[in-house]
Ligand binder design. Structure first.
Ligand SMILES: *Cc1c(COP(=O)(O)O)cnc(C)c1O
Length: 403
């Protein structure tokens, strides 16, 4: 079916049309293949499939047709040759690191990356002799100064959580390639509907499918997108032996999620921009962090990389004479909400409100938190699909009391 698709289709069309392979029943919605094993036509075919000289499904840890459909559709949307699913976003990053790194290799990461990514690469891979430098999200000079002859991988995430700092993908790709290293980008916050890192020179793209790809907060999933020689020859064997395999049911959910990704990102970005603009004029708010605002330090770069959209995540600092007073104000705004969910995930149709300093970044020391710019008055919103006026009223319930 996919083979019959014409070339040069728009991304919205790819999102609903790539990888439809109806069974003998001709179903129009993608089938879900719940099976751990696959019947082999004969012993000879089984032998060839296990030797890798013939394509075909053998065992669910290696691959599954529903997972393949998700991988093909995501690769088409990211503009990469191939993709490989993983059980979670962290499973995808683990797969990437196992595939690319060995003892003595060096990695450079932004200091503002997802906390579990920092712990996985810095602490867990540190145990196996992988060395990591953590540098500024926005200062390419710091990345350059950190380069070593053993540097194999530069890994960036843009925009970051919760302060929405944006890094220059093209500049980091040029730096990596000048030294024979690879650039990987965690594209969780933007998704391929808004940002395609390979268009700016990145080699690999990682995803937490748990976030916007699913988009409705239902399942855990992850993926790596990139060239076939890495996806098939390097990461395929890792998933087969290490088992961070994407489950067929979860693959089916995110495959269907991809169909509405484009309109969700448009609508949630529009809601977030309206709320960010409005928050900038609230007297209790000291500062708003959102790439879609002209006041954002990397606004122009963000608009260039993100198809003119700011994304759905924003943060704001509440005023307060002391850190304690600012935290009391932040808790008051969060606790006054009657529509938004108090939770720490993102990428849902439901707006989520949280206090990073005591949740996602609660395990940092106060000095580390201050270095990361995460104050006690900071509140993060992951804006969903509710009517924007209802979210404003929900925020005002708390903000009004602060004047
Ligand atoms: C959530 C997240 C991850 C990890 O994804 P899981 O699916 O929760 O394992 C990685 N990177 C970023 C930027 C995330 O927000």
């Amino acid at each position: 079916m996919t083979n019959k698709l014409p070339d040069n289709l728009h991304r919205d069309t790819l999102a609903v049309r790539v990888a439809i392979d109806p069974s003998q029943y001709g179903e129009n919605s993608e089938a879900l293949y719940m099976t751990s094993g696959f019947i082999q036509p004969d012993a000879e075919t089984a032998a060839r499939r296990f030797a890798g000289t013939e394509d075909g499904y053998t065992y669910g840890r290696t691959s599954n047709p529903t997972v393949t459909s998700f991988e093909r559709r995501l690769a088409a949307m990211e503009g990469t040759e191939a993709a490989i699913g993983a059980s979670t976003g962290m499973g995808a990053i683990l797969m990437m690191c196992m595939g690319l790194l060995k003892s003595g290799d060096h990695v450079i990461c932004s200091r503002s990356m997802f906390g579990s990514t920092i712990n996985l690469i810095g602490r867990e891979f540190g145990k196996f002799g992988v060395e990591t430098s953590f540098v500024s999200q926005t200062d390419v000079g710091e990345w350059k100064a950190a380069m070593r002859p053993t540097t194999k991988l530069l890994f960036a995430e843009t925009p970051t959580n919760p302060l929405t700092e944006v890094c220059d993908i093209a500049a980091l790709a040029a730096l990596a390639h000048s030294a024979g290293a690879l650039l990987a980008v965690d594209n969780c916050f933007c998704s391929p509907a808004m940002q395609r890192p390979v268009e700016f020179g990145a080699d690999l793209v990682t995803h937490s499918g748990t976030k916007y790809l699913d988009g409705q907060g239902r399942v855990m999933a992850g993926a790596i997108c990139g060239p076939s020689k890495l996806i098939v020859d390097v990461f395929g064997p890792v998933v087969r032996t290490a088992g961070m395999t994407l489950a067929p049911f979860n693959a089916w959910v995110v495959l269907k999620g991809l169909e509405t990704l484009g309109i969700r990102m448009q609508a949630q970005s529009a809601n977030a921009l309206a709320i960010a603009t409005w928050l900038e004029n609230q007297p209790a708010v000291a500062r708003v962090y959102y790439p879609g605002l002209a006041s954002h330090p990397q606004h122009e770069l963000a608009m260039r990389q993100q198809s003119g959209l700011g994304g759905a995540v924003l943060s704001f600092d509440l005023r307060g004479d002391t850190a304690d007073a600012a935290r009391v104000n932040a808790f008051h705004v969060i606790n006054s909400s009657r529509v938004m969910s108090i939770a720490t995930n993102l990428g849902d149709t439901k707006t989520i409100i949280c206090h990073p300093a005591t949740t996602s970044h609660g395990r940092l020391t106060e000095v580390q938190r201050q270095a990361a710019g995460i104050s006690q008055g900071l509140v993060r919103l992951a804006v969903g699909l509710e009517h924007v006026e209802d979210i404003k009223v929900d925020l005002l319930r708390g903000l009004d009391g602060l004047k």
